[in-house]
Write a protein that binds this ligand. Sequence first.
Ligand code: FMN
Length: 198
Amino acid sequence: MKLKIMFATIAMAAALASQGEVLPAPQTTGGKPMMQMMSERKSQRDIDPSQPVTKQDLSNILWAAWGITHEGKHTVATAMNRQELVLYVITATEVSRYNPEAHTLTVVNKGDFRAAAGMQDFAQTAPLNIVLAVDTSKQDRLDFQAYTAGAASQNIYLYCAQAGLKSVLRASFDYEALSGALKLPHGERILFVQSIGH
Ligand SMILES: Cc1cc2nc3c(=O)[nH]c(=O)nc-3n(C[C@H](O)[C@H](O)[C@H](O)COP(=O)(O)O)c2cc1C
C-alpha cells in the first residue's frame, strides 16, 4: 500500500513537472474600470531594462491574452472555436511556451534570446517579450489568425494600462532568428511580438 502511494506521488510530480512552471493564480476580478483602461491604452517604447516584471503581472498578462474563461474557451474569441493561438514568453533567462489549460510555462530554450525578439533596441533589453504565434494546422486563414493575435494583443495592452506597465506590439523582428530562439515547431507561424516592462 505504502509503495502504491509512493508511486502515485512520483507519477503526480512527474505529470506536474511535464506541465512546467506553475504561475501564480491570475487576478481575474477588480482593477480599473474598462472605459478608463481603454482611454489609457497606448504604445510605449521607453521600457526600463533594469525593472523586472513580477510573476503575478506575467500570470495576469498571459491570462488576459489567452487564459481559459468558460467551457474550455479563452479570453479571446476564435473563428469556429479553432483556438489557434500559441504564446511564447521571452525573458532575460529563458524562452517558454504558455499552457493555458494548466496556466503553466514550459521552458523551450535556456538563455538570453532577447536579441532575437526584435530589431528595435528596447525590444532587445525589455524584461519581457510575448510572442504571438498561431498553430496553422488549427486555422489556415490568415485573416482569422490575425484577428486572434490582434485581440490577444489588445487584451495585453489593456492589462498593461490597468497595471501601469508599458507595452508595444511589434511586427518588426527577424523571423528566422526568432523562430530559432523559440525552436518553433513545424506548422506554427509567428505574427507579432509585444514588448512589456516599466
Ligand atoms: C500590427 C502592428 C504592428 C506594429 N509594429 C510595430 C513595430 O514593429 N515597432 C513599433 O515600435 N511599433 C509597432 N506598432 C505600434 C504602432 O506604431 C502604434 O500602435 C501606433 O503608432 C499607434 O500608437 P498607439 O498604440 O499608442 O495608439 C505596431 C502596431 C500594430 C497594430
